[in-house]
Design a protein around this ligand. Structure first.
Ligand code: THU
Length: 138
């Protein structure tokens, strides 16, 4: 049985996680929440004075879910502030595609606007494990 996507709960979890964002350099706070069949795993962006050390909310959510024993993602919600809800960056798209190339994504902002997308649309022709098959000993 496939679990229903809990869009409202997912957006609420992402919004709550966003409150914890550590973003003193950009001021751009992001919350992300992944739904799996066993629950919701949320995280925020964590910036660093060495800017390259910054971790996006979406990748942090992937790490939280995987560390919680989850590798099958049903949907992702991302909440940012701004007139247009912000999509996952390219690096996060790549990391999400590792686990769910056609992941449904709900982008929200604090004004309540929600944009529904799919990772397959945002990130077509992704590089994936298939390209590495048979190469390990090469
Ligand atoms: N950020 C995310 O958390 N997710 C994205 O997909 C885009 C960017 C964060 C990283 C940094 O803390 C801030 O937003 C500005 O780039």
């Amino acid at each position: 049985m496939t679990a229903e996507i809990q869009v409202e709960q997912l957006l609420q979890a992402a919004k709550a996680a966003r409150e914890q964002a550590y973003a003193p350099y950009s001021g751009y706070k992001v919350g992300a929440a992944l739904q799996t069949k066993n629950g919701i795993f949320a995280a925020c962006n964590v910036e660093n004075a060495s800017y390259g050390g910054t971790i996006c909310a979406e990748r942090a959510a992937v790490c939280a879910a995987v560390a919680g024993g989850e590798r099958e993602f049903l949907a992702l919600a991302v909440v940012t502030d701004g007139p247009e809800p912000g999509p996952p960056c390219g690096l996060c798209r790549q990391v999400l595609a590792e686990f769910a190339a056609d992941l449904p994504i709900y982008l929200g902002n604090l004004a309540g606007k929600v944009v529904e997308l799919n990772l397959a649309t945002l990130f077509p022709a992704a590089f994936g494990s298939g390209f590495l098959e048979g190469k390990k000993n090469g």
